[in-house]
Design a binder for this molecule. Sequence first.
Ligand SMILES: *Cc1c(COP(=O)(O)O)cnc(C)c1O
Length: 361
Amino acid sequence: MGRVWNFSAGPAVLPEEVLREAADEMMDYRGCGMSVMEMSHRSKVYDKIIKDAESDLRALMGIPGNYKVLFLQGGASQQFAAVPMNLMKNRKAGYVITGQWAKKAFSEAKMYGEAVQLASSADKTFSYIPDCSDLPVTDDMDYVYICENNTIYGTKFKTLPDTKGRDLVADVSSCFLSEPVDVSKYGVIYGGVQKNVGPAGVVITIVREDLVRDDVLPGTPTMLKWKTQADNGSLYNTPPCYGIYICGKVFKWIAANGGLEGMKKRNEEKAAILYSFLDSSRMFKGTVEKKDRSLMNVPFVTGDEALDAEFIAAATAAGFVNLKGHRTVGGMRASIYNAMPKEGVEALVQFMDDFEKRKAK
Ligand SMILES: *Cc1c(COP(=O)(O)O)cnc(C)c1O
């Protein structure tokens, strides 16, 4: 059995230690004679699993006591609707458009109220983060929305926008737990876990208590009302039990590997290896403005589609998989999430260098 170097944008690589532990516990979870998949979500055993997951996540991120942590379903995309449904009291919100995921959230919000585009980087194919130091935010906006790390285009907000006192809502799907975060700067932080935290099927929403409200938009489904989930400790109905269990293991793995400071250090080292190669290569080029480069998703091109395809095929054959860029941008993209070891990035860079030298002959 061989493991490949998996550069998938999501679902993505998970720590091997976590996978092994899960395998060991598959048939008999700690003496209870069944798998976590097979047990009641109301059992004592499962209650400990979900409570430990929440408290480990709180410790990792330093989540203040006045924030709720919700383990939900429907992916990040379901939260595109849940955000306006729960927050759009004035039926108005501002959106910063930095790529496909922000665009999708923006169109979803338009179904519920006035969604205003505050800034956009569409003019240069989302290859940068627009200046957000003086956005046209108005007092009647219920929130300001960003997609903090743009999975497809490989950009990341290095400073948060000035929201002029409005609550900041951030989709952090592809940078969740990749570095330390000051939760108190946000009203809501949410992310699908399949990029950096666990298996698809779980989305985690961290929301300040005063934004967990009863007066949601009329017609909001019970399941999409954050208060329903908050009042029931994410156990209003059957949660994605197994997914939450794996997330819990990943939280422990992160804690054992230096916490979010440790992740940041690892991620910066890995990204530096890849970006410095791209900056010196004559064949491969990064597509993002340097100041806005993501630590997690690294898009690059050769400038020749046929050569891109040849590279991807050769890389795949050599065990470097899922390097094809998103269907909307082409080229290549290496996603180097927390669980991608430094050795994987070094091996990829070595392979790219060899490919380039071979072609130059
Ligand atoms: C993958 C992704 C999504 C969509 O996630 P789903 O869980 O598939 O709905 C949304 N936002 C960002 C930033 C993503 O990377």
